[in-house]
Design a binder for this molecule. Structure first.
Ligand SMILES: Cc1ncc(COP(=O)(O)O)c(C=O)c1O
Length: 392
């Protein structure tokens, strides 16, 4: 007897990259030495003091019980202390913080909780595909807005049609940006806040790469804009800042109504995170932060090595200021980002993500994850250059 899924499941966007991942895995199984830079999975370990905090917490039987439904007060207080220390932003831990099972879950939940069928949400193009998933589950509509190469992959908010501002209920924004590696400064968020306020659109700022920016730039928080907490939320994950992608811990900070909505749906889905993970997250947020600065320096050195090796072979790839992605223009002679990505896998044993997988605005680029040791990235750049040259 076939068992069909509910209609809403059929609305989910296709997992564009599943095919690429399968092809890479098949090549590896066939014995190829593939350098896989196609995904966004941090390759370095969680700093030891955080692992130790987890070990100690697991040994305490009190962590074996259910967590309070909305998470441990200690973690919400740690989040508030973290925002005050890092951004000078004051947050009420009881009303303005929600604990999440990773940013991805929070981003999907937001749309489920706040969008009705027929509502619309503005999403960056190119952008992180998980924004699309929640919008689809809610039966709402996506309105892509362009990140413009000529503006450092920031959108021109004035060029988003007035009708789209009128129609949209919320806007997803993400800097430092996946996939382009762009960053935004406070003046951008001020302009965004003004548009949001004027149109009654609320803001979801996905701050997943908050700690990863280069050449001395320190990404500001959207919440540093005066009155921003009235306008939306920021989603912060520990996945990238502390190499904790497998631990599944993140949080939302901002408007109390949004926090209440997230907490409400989570009451129905889960009983918050394993308390030991929450205690380890406190250690991450409140403990020494040199590991974070060192991590950003590692990614900067990798970026420079990769881009430098491409340039040495005549391939243009401007160094991007943030995130652990390099956004490489498809060289002349290749008709699409998908064709170039396939070509690199077939002829260079290098996996990259075609820009089209992030939306139409991603065409013309491939995303390269700087998630391998420097020597491996240089080797990838050399293999790419050799394959491209052999085709000319
Ligand atoms: C832009 C962006 N937002 C959010 C996430 C979610 O991260 P996590 O679910 O690990 O917190 C990612 C992860 O790759 C990301 O790239």
């Amino acid at each position: 007897m076939p068992i069909p899924m509910a209609d809403r499941m059929h609305r989910l966007p296709k997992q564009f990259f599943a095919n690429l991942v399968a092809r890479i895995e098949a090549k590896v199984r066939a014995g190829h030495d593939v350098i896989n830079l196609g995904q966004g999975n941090p390759d370095l370990p969680t700093p030891p003091h955080i692992v130790e905090a987890l070990r100690a917490a697991v040994l305490d039987p009190r962590t074996h019980r259910y967590s309070p439904f909305t998470g441990l007060p200690a973690l919400k207080e740690a989040v508030a202390a973290f925002y005050e220390r890092e951004y000078g932003v004051q947050v009420d831990p009881t009303q303005e913080v929600a604990i999440l099972f990773g940013g991805k879950a929070g981003l999907v939940e937001l749309s489920e909780v706040f969008l009705n069928p027929g509502d619309a949400a503005l999403v960056p193009d190119p952008g992180y595909p998980d924004y699309w998933s929640g919008i689809a589950l809610a039966g709402a509509e996506m309105i892509p807005y362009r990140l413009e190469a000529g503006r450092g992959f920031l959108p021109d908010l004035a060029r988003v049609p007035e009708a789209d501002w009128q129609r949209a209920k919320l806007i997803f924004v993400n800097y430092p940006n996946n996939p382009t590696g762009a960053v935004a400064d406070l003046s951008f968020y001020e302009e965004l806040a003004a548009y949001a306020r004027r149109h009654g659109v609320w803001v979801v700022h996905d701050f997943a790469y908050a700690a990863i920016a280069f050449d001395g730039f320190r990404p500001p928080s959207f919440l540093q804009v005066s009155g921003a907490k009235e306008l939306g939320v920021e989603i912060y994950t520990l996945s990238k800042t502390y190499n904790m992608a497998g631990w599944r811990v993140a949080f939302a900070v901002g408007h109390p109504d949004i926090i209440a909505g997230i907490n409400l749906i989570q009451d129905h889905y889960y009983v918050s995170l394993f308390p030991a993970v929450q205690l380890a997250a406190c250690a991450a947020l409140l403990g020494p932060q040199d590991c974070v600065r060192e991590l950003a320096a590692v990614y900067q050195a990798r970026r420079d090595a990769f881009v430098g090796a491409l340039a040495a072979h005549g391939l243009a790839c401007p160094p991007q200021p943030g995130s652990f992605f390099t956004w490489m223009p498809v060289p002349p002679g290749f008709s699409s980002s998908a064709m170039f990505a396939d070509f690199l896998l077939d002829h260079a044993d290098v996996g990259v993500a075609p820009g089209i997988g992030f939306g139409r605005g991603g065409e013309g680029y491939v995303r390269v994850g700087l998630l391998a040791p420097e020597a491996r990235l240089v080797e990838a750049a050399e293999r790419i250059a050799k394959a491209v040259q052999s085709r000319r």
